[in-house]
Design a protein around this ligand. Structure first.
Ligand code: GLN
Length: 212
């Protein structure tokens, strides 16, 4: 089974680990650069992107993780984790730093304030049935680069300002959702990520995998 790290600087690390394990992965918490070694993939949980970025710098993880993502380490970012994967952030703090890699513009706190957290049933590319998604001070994806695929949008019948907004994307080895799939008891999106990780490991071949 693949080994997937969960960035454990802030956020709901335990919930992500539980979902990944249900989806067939082994998991480890990642706080130090050394802990990136040997991972087949990494999850970047939600929380507060400005805090995560400061902690990542303090823990010496910002540059090593940036490099690992650029070298092809599969990653799945949820909410603040989506922001951390984005190349460009709107409505961020000045000079907000991210790990980057995902060729998108995300808008932070796009749907409104904390009290405006909401739920929506989504059609997600690759899932047979709708996914019940929970949004908490969530970002949306405002622009995507040519190599980015839209995985989910908010459907008609939801809050009018939200309808049509992109809330899940994939670019090769990178997957990101605006919502929190780790807290609604449905591990299908984590399973999609575990599949993506397995494909990447297989494509790299056994030797490459051992070297990592
Ligand atoms: N609003 C947070 C941020 O900007 C994200 C919220 C979340 O992860 N639930 O980082």
């Amino acid at each position: 089974r693949p080994t997937i790290g969960v960035l454990a600087l802030q956020g709901d690390v335990r919930e992500h680990r539980a979902m990944l394990e249900r989806a067939g992965a082994a998991t480890v918490a990642v706080r130090r650069p050394e802990e990136l070694a040997g991972l087949d993939g990494i999850v970047l949980p939600g929380g507060e992107s400005t805090t995560i970025s400061k902690l990542a710098r303090t823990f010496g993880l910002l540059d090593p993780l940036r490099t690992a993502l650029r070298q092809g380490l599969p990653a799945f970012g949820t909410c603040a984790g989506m922001i951390m994967l984005a190349e460009h952030v709107e409505n961020g703090v000045p000079d907000q730093e991210t790990f980057g890699g995902l060729d998108v513009v995300v808008r932070r706190n796009a749907f409104g304030r904390q009290v405006d957290s909401f739920e929506a049933d989504l059609d997600v590319d690759g899932l047979a049935d709708r996914f019940h998604a929970l949004f908490i001070r969530a970002p949306w994806v405002e622009k995507i680069g040519a190599s980015v695929e839209v995985v989910a949008r908010i459907a008609a019948g939801n809050r009018p300002e939200a309808v049509g907004r992109i809330v899940a994307v994939r670019q090769g080895h990178l997957l990101a959702t605006s919502f929190h799939p780790e807290i609604t008891g449905d591990h299908r999106i984590h399973a999609l990520f575990v599949d993506l990780v397995r494909e990447t490991v297989r494509a790299a071949g056994p030797e490459d995998h051992e070297r990592k």
